[in-house]
Design a binder for this molecule. Structure first.
Ligand SMILES: *Cc1c(COP(=O)(O)O)cnc(C)c1O
Length: 458
């Protein structure tokens, strides 16, 4: 087989600013050991997130110029709506300024005290919006999904048996929604199989619970289904997406992921009554229903991006480039979640830094070390992001301590990725020297964005 190449040429470039290791040590200290607080100019390779960081295509930039900025009934909205409907077949399409705005609207209506939202794994903003409404978010990830070192084809699957048991325990009346996140961002970017979605639908039907898809990376998930699941090899990504969404009653989406847009999101659903309630809230928070917090030009960029992302040549390159980084790390003995996720490589920080206890945030320690060593910015997905406290203020750790290296879409070349692998391997070789962190300041919700930390005092 021939080498897989980037399926694009570059016609506009951005400089990377270089700094020294000494400079980075003081920058990280000033940022209180929180990578979110580092200025982007001080970062060489930014793998903090794949959200809103994609390179747009020349077609998308052309769409930006075509965007129609009418307050009501913009043709850009109708083009956007048509594309979303072609993919989801859902009649109600509501634009929002981000995925979390769609979540805020949905959970303001369906949430509240005593309710439970069940999922394979809720993303951090999804969980926060559920909890902000007074409800509880419950992750029921399959067993193989919790074992970073053991490969399996669909580690994002929900545990169907646990789902049914949970419904019986809490009562279907207290469960307004089941949410399947594709791919499972907080669980290693791992895909969910079509069979698992079909089985989830069957359980939801039995107890009359609606099913929504958190569709941020639907195309990457559909590509994994095409490659790994029996019976899908000869189907197009669009056909697979149509089937996937056919099992759902609705979806939330951040267009900053699989739509290559720098901003945007939407809610789509079948139920016109629920859609009307959502639009009523949309008007007071986001804007009129035909723009919902976006400019007409954003709607154009999203519509074009949603079509481009389903190109199998792009997806082939996309998934292969993530795997490329993963393979280099595995060859050097670095513990990573296997197999590689769609949009990111996840380092198992617990295995990488076994001498640092979970209440000293090994993931965050590793994030800092990668920044100092090579100016690489990554993100902790572990107990800093998801940890809670018990009544004695003792940390209840997250299930896994991961460091995510999210790969922005169409942004970095293979030599950038080679550099990233080199830096990680260098840090791995001197991992014994790294020391734990403690929190000095934190917010009650989504604390990882703003928390301040310092090295533990010995
Ligand atoms: C990014 C993301 C969201 C939230 O979307 P924003 O556009 O960042 O608000 C929700 N769910 C998942 C799985 C995500 O990756």
């Amino acid at each position: 087989m021939k080498t897989i190449i980037e399926p694009f040429r570059i016609k506009s470039v951005e400089p990377i600013y270089f700094n020294t290791k000494e400079e980075r040590i003081s920058i990280l200290e000033k940022a209180s050991h929180n990578a979110f607080l580092i200025h982007a100019h001080d970062v060489l390779i930014d793998l903090l997130t794949d959200s809103g960081t994609s390179a747009m295509s020349s077609e998308q930039w052309s769409g930006i110029m075509r965007g129609d900025e009418s307050y009501a009934g913009s043709p850009s909205y109708y083009r956007f709506k048509q594309v979303v409907q072609d993919i989801t077949k859902m009649p109600e399409v509501i634009p929002t300024h981000q995925g979390r705005a769609a979540e805020k609207i949905l959970f303001s209506i369906l949430g509240g005290k005593g309710k439970y939202f069940v999922s394979n794994t809720l993303f951090d903003t999804t969980r926060a919006n559920i909890e902000f409404s007074g409800a509880n978010g419950v992750d029921l990830l399959c067993e193989e999904g919790k074992k970073p070192g053991i490969p399996a084809p669909f580690k994002g699957n929900i545990d169907i048996e646990a789902l049914e048991l949970f419904i019986l325990e809490k009562g279907a009346n207290n469960i307004p929604l089941c949410i399947i996140t594709v791919t499972n961002n907080s669980g290693g970017g791992q895909p969910v199989s079509m069979q698992n979605i079909r089985d989830t639908r069957a359980v939801c039907n039995k107890y009359n619970i609606p099913l929504f898809i958190d569709a941020c990376r639907f195309a990457e998930n559909c590509y994994f289904i095409q490659q790994r699941e029996e019976g899908y090899q000869n189907k197009t990504i669009l056909e697979i997406a149509n089937e996937l969404f056919s099992y759902a009653d609705g979806c939330t989406m951040s267009a900053k992921k699989d739509a290559f847009a720098n901003i945007g999101g939407f809610l789509a659903m079948n139920n016109p009554k629920l859609a009307q309630e959502c639009r009523n809230l949309l008007i007071i928070t986001e804007g009129f229903p035909t723009y919902g917090g976006l400019a007409g030009r954003d709607l154009e960029a999203i519509a074009i991006g949603l079509q481009e992302v389903m190109d199998v040549n792009y997806l082939h390159y996309r998934i292969r480039s993530t795997e490329y980084l993963s393979n280099k790390l595995i060859a050097a003995g670095v513990p990573v979640m296997q197999p590689a996720g769609g949009h990111a490589v996840y380092i198992d920080a617990k295995a990488f830094l076994p001498h640092i206890p979970v209440d000293q945030y090994p993931g965050q320690v590793l994030v800092g070390a990668l920044y100092i060593e090579g100016g690489i910015r990554s993100v902790e997905i572990g107990s800093l992001m998801f940890g809670k406290y018990d009544e004695n203020a003792k940390l209840i750790p997250a299930a896994m301590e991961l460091v995510r290296l999210a790969i922005p879409r169409r942004v970095y070349t293979q030599s950038h990725i080679d550099y990233v692998a080199e830096v990680i391997i260098e840090v791995f070789e001197k991992r014994d020297e790294l020391k734990g962190l403690e929190i000095t300041e934190e917010a009650p919700l989504l604390r990882h964005f703003t928390a301040k930390l310092k090295p533990v005092s010995q």
